[in-house]
Design a protein around this ligand. Structure first.
Ligand SMILES: O=C(O)CCC(=O)C(=O)O
Ligand SMILES: [Fe+2]
Length: 354
């Protein structure tokens, strides 16, 4: 029997200071609690937060047409070289994406006291609050989020006691589309790792094919001093892959080894796909679980919707046996890995290295 993904997150207690977002409407200046200096990132070696300027000459990750005849090769190359790419022809209707973005905007524009009614519990997974990585950093982020796993009804009723249905319907439709797109992209990635039709038959009842997702709505209001604020501190995503929609406000950047921070600029109609830690393990470290961050903007409000896709909590994950070279990681359950990540953030992977 499989255990749902949400079970993997349940054992962590986060202090309310690291859950309650700032009341952005009430501040004209960046409060001290949100002023980041280079020292505030000292624990994060390669990821100096306040290096603002991406290198002008930096190349960008590719935009891949999912109907392209050589899609497997293109996706495989992008996963190895970048760990991120954008996709077009993904069959998620533009009006659905725009509708969910409009609902997210409506949610984050609610008065603070209303949003706090749907605050994530200290040991909870879903609801309104700061990013789960917040306790690892000495300063707070210029960010507010809303996490959904399965139905959004419980929290949506607290936000809009009489008008929650439209929100829930849009979220349900979006999650269904994301789940089927994530599944199709997973198949392409597995093919790029050399999993052939015969292996697919064998794997067909495997946990990989029972993966599910969580949806994270993110808001980064315009910021009075973006040069000293961080929207979302550098991190890697934990699950297999993430599918992200961003509105037309820049801010997402990826860390490329030897290059520095490279922006992922919004491309109308395209969705961003990135590799998470579990896919990095499965690929025996050949697919790059790239580190990314978000920088806020002085004049415009950034919204994003991230769909995190991963196997059930009790699934056992290890490098695919077909891959060349000795395995770089020992086998772990998803629950164990998420537990390590919640305790050790980016050091989690080194704890399962062989
Ligand atoms: O807002 C973004 O572009 C990034 C969001 C993200 O990295 C996350 O939710 O894990
Ligand atoms: Fe992320």
């Amino acid at each position: 029997m499989t255990t749902s993904l949400s079970n993997a997150y349940k054992d962590t207690n986060i202090h309310l200071n690291n859950i309650i977002p700032l009341d952005f409407g009430s501040v004209l200046q960046l409060p001290e609690s949100h002023v980041w200096t280079d020292d505030d990132n000292s624990g994060n070696d390669r990821r100096t937060c306040l290096v603002r300027q991406p290198r002008a000459e930096a190349a960008s990750p590719p935009v891949i047409d999912l109907w392209a005849p050589d899609v497997v090769g293109l996706v495989g190359d992008a996963c190895r070289r970048w760990g991120v790419f954008q996709v077009t022809n993904h069959e998620v209707p533009q009006n659905l994406v725009a509708n969910v973005e409009a609902h997210a905007r409506r949610l984050f524009e609610l008065p603070t006291d209303r949003k706090l009614k749907a605050l994530r519990a200290p040991n909870g997974v879903t609801g309104y609050g700061l990013a789960r990585i917040s306790p690892f950093f000495p300063k707070l982020m210029w960010h507010e989020g809303f996490t959904i796993m399965g139905s959004a009804m419980e929290h949506a009723k607290l936000l809009w006691p009489h008008h929650y249905e439209e929100f829930c319907d849009a979220i349900d439709k979006y999650q269904k589309k994301m789940k089927s797109l994530a599944y199709n992209i997973l198949l392409v990635m597995l093919k790029a790792l050399g999993v052939d039709e015969e292996d697919h038959e064998k794997l067909s009842s495997s946990f990989l094919y029972q993966s599910d997702g969580a949806l994270q709505l993110n808001s980064y209001p315009s910021c009075p001093n973006p040069n000293h604020a961080i929207g979302l501190a550098p991190h890697t995503d934990s699950l297999l892959l993430t599918i992200l929609h961003q509105n037309d406000t820049n801010g997402l950047q990826i860390m490329q080894e030897g290059v520095g921070w490279v922006p992922i600029r919004p491309t109308p109609g395209a969705l961003v796909v990135n590799i998470g830690d579990l896919m990095h393990i499965l690929s025996n470290a050949t697919f790059n679980n790239m580190c990314h961050r978000v920088i806020p903007n002085e004049t415009s409000h950034r919204f994003s919707m991230a769909y995190f896709y991963g196997p059930p909590a009790n699934s056992v994950l290890a490098p695919l046996p077909k891959l060349p070279g000795p395995p770089r990681f020992r086998a772990v359950t998803v629950k164990e890995y998420i537990g390590l990540k919640n305790k050790h953030l980016e050091k989690a992977l080194s704890l399962i290295q062989i």
